[in-house]
Design a protein around this ligand. Sequence first.
Ligand SMILES: [Zn+2]
Length: 275
Amino acid sequence: MKTTLQTIIQETLQKEKRNLFTFLTGAGISSESGLPTYRGSDGIWIKGTKYHKPEEFGTFRYFSQNQEEVWQYNLFWKKLIEQATPNQGHFTISKIEQLLNKKFQLITQNVDGLHQKAGSKNIFEIHGNKQTVRCVSGCGNVMPIPLEIKSKELTEDLTEKDLELLHCQNCGDWLRPNTLWFDESYNEKLYFLNSALKSAKNTGILFVIGTSGATTLPQMLTETVLQYGGYVIEINTEENSYFFERFSRTKKYILIKKKASDALMNIKEIIEEYK
Ligand SMILES: [Zn+2]
């Protein structure tokens, strides 16, 4: 007998419209690669002996008063990201993209670039990317962190050269990490707000992986998918996310209680079977 998941995948593959397979990923998928999650118990928001809550530290307000400290922290993250390698979950999503081509969309809250390292191409990074920067005053485009800037240990100070390179060559203002901070809003230009919502409308199945759903766009995306008749399939070993709280009584919401990499492998095999 076919499982519910097999039936849903088969039906969606046969649909003419609203047949997109959309994958929404959060920090949980990168934790198997050794990157700390922001809200998990292993979150590191430390500088020296100073502890910060992400909601205070990860803000434009904090950056605008403590640029060097925030950059020091981000250059430490640069090191973590450079050392991190994609895991089975990232690779399986990349293989699913190859199977589905245009019927595939990846939307990630992650800023670590690991999906790209695993070969994924069609991605909306709705919280930006830590390996890119932009001018605080808004001139010019998003660009990679200048090559000459080396990653740092958490306690390592910025050099004069770093400070020079972390300023805009055009207007002299600070460059900032190209990531969405807690006191900022989503938009299309930097964070693909409208594109992500448009995908949600065309989605047959939204797979939600490794995110607690604490931010508004993932919440809007799931609501939009359900509103337009699609399924929301959450992969989570626990019943602890916003999505579970909000949708567990909804017929088109399904929770798969498996490790992300195992569940994704299973999804890939079903797609291969029915494609
Ligand atoms: Zn500038």
